[in-house]
Design a protein around this ligand. Structure first.
Ligand SMILES: [Zn+2]
Ligand SMILES: [Zn+2]
Length: 476
């Protein structure tokens, strides 16, 4: 028993994680349904990989100088002494699975889609979490640009099917083994005399991985970047051709894109095509979710001591980019990205296999849907509401509801409420098309009343005819 004087600790979600509440599930359901339907239609099969992978998997692929490996991985030693990491991204695990399960013996390309939680230790911001959800596509075993175009196509169809407007793809090519080293040295050459004016991180990047200099968001580094050499001027013939063909496909499909010659993406395994997807929609005001995304700083409920240091460090990060000053809603909202990874399978010891893929952040998608006030088609559950009156009717309720379930007709109810007024109010609030009303008389007669909510017209039908009649009504 806790001491009365001792204040009970109030538990909260760990920083950067969140509950997806019932009222938001409609957005998530919609994202899941649309992505699944489209991916299946285009021949992508579902794959699930574990949340835990060997730490080395990401060191070898994402790259030791990437932000992910340098600062963001949740890595730990198990009791057995294995070094494991909570997956920070989805592509390396799928390449691992491709090799491990001998997918290269299947007809190529192998087309996969996935969905789930990923983990990165980042400072929480608008729509950005430490445990976040993504859904993604991977297409392995096809080198030609049509594979890249297919990824763009499904991604773009998905976003418009979801009801999102103002979507823009930022596209670039990062070249191949032949041309990238040449560009890298041109870049080093350019930065050599300018390195003193860069931020601390970039001074290090200049030595370790000059391409990543282009990722920096610090103002002084962005200024230097403006006249840096562009990779598109350094592509070899094969890469130039690949990129041209892709852009022709994109014109054909009608995907809105913009070239961004400095887009390199943080991961080492990309080759040729890289892209990012953003919503450029400008909202009059931010949706509710903005406040949720703000990290809650409630020192009282946190253990002092060991968490103190982390908290200090994070408060600083948070004050650096407060949501208000980020001109909430005015900056493009990053939804996801992707690219080609022709060396990834080989990096993991498999037979050289080209690949291309993309991932979209589900929190970002849900946020954009709210921001753009996307209408979600009513689920069948919302079409019917069950209303009961009196004790006998209440007892018979389950029988009728079960009859509907077997016929695969969804219905909402509020069996805990006895007053017809409050039940009808709920039916109204749920925007139900029909209420099924079961009163004392109907329970005895074996009938039920179907009430059309919009007009208030009612008809009494026999319970054994109910399914048949409802199916007709709902089909309309
Ligand atoms: Zn090349
Ligand atoms: Zn910098």
């Amino acid at each position: 028993m806790p001491n009365k004087k001792q204040k009970l600790k109030i538990f909260q979600t760990p920083r950067g994680t969140h509950d997806i509440l019932p009222q938001d599930q409609k957005y998530w359901d919609r994202i899941r349904t649309v992505s699944q339907t489209l991916a299946s239609y285009y021949g992508f099969e579902r794959i699930d990989t574990p949340h835990l992978e060997s730490t080395d998997l990401f060191l070898h692929t994402v790259g030791p100088t990437s932000d992910i490996v340098e600062k963001q991985m949740y890595s730990f030693k198990t009791r057995g002494g294995d070094a494991l990491t909570l997956r920070p991204e989805g592509t390396a695990p799928i390449a691992r699975s491709y090799i491990e399960n001998g997918f290269l013996n299947l007809p190529q390309p192998v087309k996969l889609y996935y969905r789930g939680s990923f983990f990165r230790h980042e400072s929480p911001q608008r729509g950005r979490y430490r445990e976040f959800h993504q859904w993604g596509l991977e297409l392995l075993g096809e080198e030609s640009a049509i594979a890249d175009a297919e990824i763009f196509q499904v991604c773009s169809l998905f976003l418009s099917e979801l009801g999102l407007k103002d979507i823009l793809f930022y596209v670039n090519s990062v070249g191949c083994r032949e041309c990238r080293p040449k560009y890298r040295s041109a870049l080093s050459g350019y930065y050599r005399s300018r390195v003193r004016g860069l931020c601390k991180d970039c001074k290090r990047r200049y030595k370790d991985n000059p391409l990543r200099l282009l990722d920096c968001k610090e103002e002084k580094c962005v200024t230097v970047k403006k006249s840096a050499p562009q990779i598109l001027d350094h592509l070899c013939e094969a890469c130039k051709n690949h990129f041209t063909v892709l852009l022709e496909f994109l014109d054909e499909i009608g995907v809105a894109y913009m070239l961004n010659p400095y887009l390199v993406r943080g991961l080492d395994y990309y080759s040729r095509t890289v892209f990012e997807i953003a919503s450029t929609y400008v909202a009059a005001s931010e949706p509710e979710v903005a406040r949720e995304a703000l990290p809650s700083i409630n020192a009282e409920n946190r253990n002092a001591g060991d968490e103190k240091k982390e908290e200090d460090e994070e408060e600083n990060v948070v004050t650096e980019v407060p949501i208000k000053e980020e001109k909430a809603g005015k900056e493009p909202l990053a939804l996801g990205g992707g690219g080609r990874y022709d060396y990834l399978v080989e990096l993991l010891g498999g037979r050289p296999t080209p690949g291309v893929g993309m991932a979209l952040g589900m929190e970002r998608l849900a946020y954009a849907m709210k921001q753009q006030q996307v209408k979600i088609p009513a689920s069948s559950r919302q079409k019917l509401f069950f209303v009961h009156l009196g004790e006998l009717a209440k007892k018979k309720s389950f029988k009728i509801i079960e009859m509907l379930r077997r016929a695969n007709i969804a219905i909402a109810e509020s069996l805990g409420k006895d007053s017809i007024k409050s039940q009808l109010k709920l039916a109204d609030r749920a925007a139900s098309e029909y209420a099924l009303i079961l009163g004392q008389k109907e329970a005895i007669d074996g009938t039920v009343i179907i009430r059309e909510m919009s007009s208030g017209t009612q008809e009494t039908v026999l319970q054994e005819k109910l399914i048949e009649i409802l199916k007709q009504k709902l089909r309309r």
